[in-house]
Design a binder for this molecule. Structure first.
Ligand code: HEC
Length: 145
């Protein structure tokens, strides 16, 4: 516990605690802290014109971000590594049964998360619209067949 407390900033602990309470997930605290750290820029509030808070994925956009941008910002932490049991992008075998459920089911999983798993709502991307999450799902599906 002590190591985790010294390693994590106070605000991310608060964030982690609220997520841990809201979701019954199988991901360890340490793994979750690492994931939160990696996906943090996307979830942060970034005021228009502020260039200090991240790359293109968080820049105030005039239109919806592409599925690839959203994926790179919010989904790859888990879906490129398999963290927490996430099906890896490009792994056709891992995705076949999921893709067979149809886009509507996958969109719902992307937006709402999958209860009891590491798949948190919108992959933790608080600034992502449903439309952007759908585009990210499309990107994953197109890359995993
Ligand atoms: C914190 C880790 C994590 C992040 C971040 C994450 N996912 Fe997932 N995702 C998972 C895990 C774990 C599963 C497998 C859940 C299960 O057991 O069905 C999953 C499953 C899915 C599925 C399949 C759901 C189904 O119904 O079969 C989709 C679609 C998906 N993720 C989309 C996304 C998108 C889009 C993003 C980014 C916006 C994202 N995920 C970010 C961990 C993550």
């Amino acid at each position: 516990m002590t190591r985790i407390f010294t390693a994590a900033a106070a605000f991310s602990l608060t964030l982690l605690a609220s997520i841990a309470m809201a979701q019954d997930v199988q991901v360890s605290d340490k793994m979750r802290a690492e994931i939160e750290e990696r996906i943090k820029p996307v979830g942060d509030v970034c005021l228009q014109g502020d260039t200090s808070c991240g790359g293109p994925a968080v820049a105030a956009s005039s239109g919806p971000r592409s599925g690839e941008d959203v994926y790179n910002g919010a989904c790859m932490a888990c879906h490129s590594t398999g963290a927490g049991g996430a099906p890896k992008i490009g792994d056709a075998a891992a995705w076949a049964d999921r893709i067979a459920k149809g886009n509507d089911v996958l969109y719902a999983s992307g937006v709402n998360g999958v209860p009891g798993t590491g798949m948190i709502a919108k992959g933790g991307c608080a600034t992502c619209s449903d439309e952007e999450i759908h585009a990210a799902v499309d990107f994953i599906v197109a890359s995993s067949q």
